[in-house]
Design a protein around this ligand. Structure first.
Ligand code: GDP
Ligand code: IMO
Ligand code: MG
Length: 451
């Protein structure tokens, strides 16, 4: 049975939560593979809004296994509060599984995230200040704590004393900030350990066993390709790998297990935080788009920057994730905008740039080349592709042409029933076709010198 990876194909907030919730109806296991509570995934069911930050968006259905896999960095305070909220709403969280290999976001990571942002001055990234970067940095430096460490109290206590001593040197001597008492942290974390002990397990084996048993496994990406640590607009990125490959490492499954990669794309673009955004619309039109789309951060409440759909960035996302299918969201938000613009290439000096540049200095000099498409006046409501308004169909077909990827899901509202699913993604593996990269698109330094 195919495994489906849902990834963000822009700068996050594409509607992955809604799409995952929709697909989770027919899935058995839903897995979050990377990131932490920097993510904010909104699911609206029967008028109730759920804002999930750590727990997979399948949790609203009873009886699903919902996994927080090894690639995540988990803030236990946040997890315990999310579990509490779901219970308050009457949801059973019995299907929750937390990887013993997942890393912990510690309170000193939060404090360092804030202080490091201040230190960056005009180079601020605009992080969510959830401690994500410092937690992944400690993981790579091998100074992190894993969920499984909570099951070894004495080891946890001893190592915590040593790590906190070092963090306090940094906090107190470099930043002039307050440090932490390791024994208080130990007690706090032992309380969390008690609350989540029943959920902790080896989730990689669990997911592989589910796949072997023919169960439907849905991997829920967080953030988006353009925020990927390697493939995004570095350094204005997050510290994990939101691309589809990140789902393999982050869940402990091999790439041969993945059959379909569903790229979630907002019908326009939004970005929260700093960094380049070639199709950003400044001024009243951008404000109108933000207001119509309710574009305010699910995690931080910050106003999101808004702009037109960018097919150059989208093609980049398709390539680096091997996207096989597209889900286009928020078509209702674009109602009333006429014409609708889509960026089909960048103009860099005399040259048309088809691939997404890696260097910010090049990106800054790129001007979007827009194509105009007719808009639609009404919010679309449809039960088949053919019953969508002609202008919406034209827009979707143009996205397919520009990316070479078929649109399999269409979303035109926040609720589950405002979704059109054009094929059962779990039923068959995707037909894989070339993704449209050609040798001429390869950007080399020598080419820059010639210009
Ligand atoms: P995620 O991080 O990718 O899960 O996206 P967020 O939940 O942060 O942001 C997407 C926002 O758009 C949420 O408020 C969703 O409820 C909302 N949303 C998702 N799909 C649609 C849609 O088709 N139309 C409208 N109007 N809102 C949508
Ligand atoms: P979902 O899963 C949008 C952005 C932050 C900042 C950068 C680095 O809801 O799509 P971090 O706290 O990760 O170190 O911040 O990444 N960012 C997101 N933007 N959606 C998200 O998640 C994001 N998670 C991080 O705004 O620019
Ligand atoms: Mg979000």
């Amino acid at each position: 049975m195919p495994a489906v990876v849902v990834v963000g194909a822009q700068w996050g907030d594409e509607g992955k939560g809604k799409v995952t919730d929709y697909l989770a109806q027919t899935a058995d296991v839903i897995v979050r593979c990377q990131g932490g509570n920097n993510a904010g995934h909104t699911v609206v069911v029967e008028g109730r809004e759920y804002r999930l930050h750590l727990i997979p968006s399948g949790i609203i259905y009873p009886g699903k296994t919902c996994v927080l896999a090894n690639g995540m960095v988990i803030d236990l305070r946040g997890l315990v509060s999310e579990i509490g909220q779901l219970r308050q709403y009457g949801h059973d969280v019995g299907g929750l599984k937390v990887s013993d290999r997942a890393h912990l976001v510690m309170p000193y990571h939060h404090r360092l995230d804030v202080l490091e942002e201040e230190r960056r001055g005009s180079f601020q990234l605009g992080t969510t200040r959830r401690g994500i970067g410092p937690a992944y940095a400690d993981k790579a430096a091998r100074d992190g704590f894993r969920v499984g460490d909570l099951l070894e109290p004495e080891y946890f206590r001893q190592r915590l004393r040593w790590v906190v001593r070092e963090k306090n040197l940094l906090l107190e001597r470099i930043y002039g900030a307050e440090g932490f008492d390791p024994d208080h942290l130990y007690e706090e974390y032992m309380r969390y350990a008690e609350e989540i002990a029943d959920f902790i397990c080896d989730t990689s084996t669990l997911i592989n066993a589910a796949l072997d048993a023919g169960q439907r496994v849905l991997f829920e990406g967080a953030q988006g390709a353009m925020l990927d640590l390697d493939h995004g607009t570095y350094p204005y990125v997050t510290s994990s790998h939101p691309v589809a490959g990140g789902a393999c490492v982050g869940a402990g499954v091999g790439p041969t297990r993945i059959d379909r990669v569903l790229g979630v794309v907002k019908a326009y673009t939004s970005r929260v935080g700093g960094g380049p955004f070639p199709t950003e619309i400044k001024g009243s039109l951008g404000d109108r788009l933000r207001d119509r789309g309710g574009e305010y951060g699910t995690t931080t409440g910050r106003p999101r920057r808004c702009g037109w759909l960018d097919a150059v960035a989208l093609r980049h996302a398709v390539l680096v994730s091997g996207i096989t299918d597209l889900a286009i969201t928020k078509l209702d938000t674009l109602a009333g905008f006429d014409p609708i613009r889509v960026c089909v290439a960048y103009r860099h000096g005399e040259r048309l740039q088809q691939s997404f540049p890696s260097r910010l200095s090049v990106l800054e000099r790129c001007q979007p080349v827009y194509e105009e498409l007719p808009g639609w006046t009404e919010e679309p409501v449809a039960s088949t592709f053919d019953s969508l308004p002609p202008a919406v169909r034209r827009f979707l077909e143009r996205v397919e042409e520009l990316t070479g990827i078929p649109v399999r899901m269409v979303s035109f509202g926040r609720e589950r029933d405002k979704t059109l699913c054009l094929s059962d993604l779990f039923a068959t593996p995707a037909a894989k076709s070339p993704l449209g990269a050609t040798p001429e698109m390869v950007y080399t330094n020598r080419r820059t010198e010639r210009e």
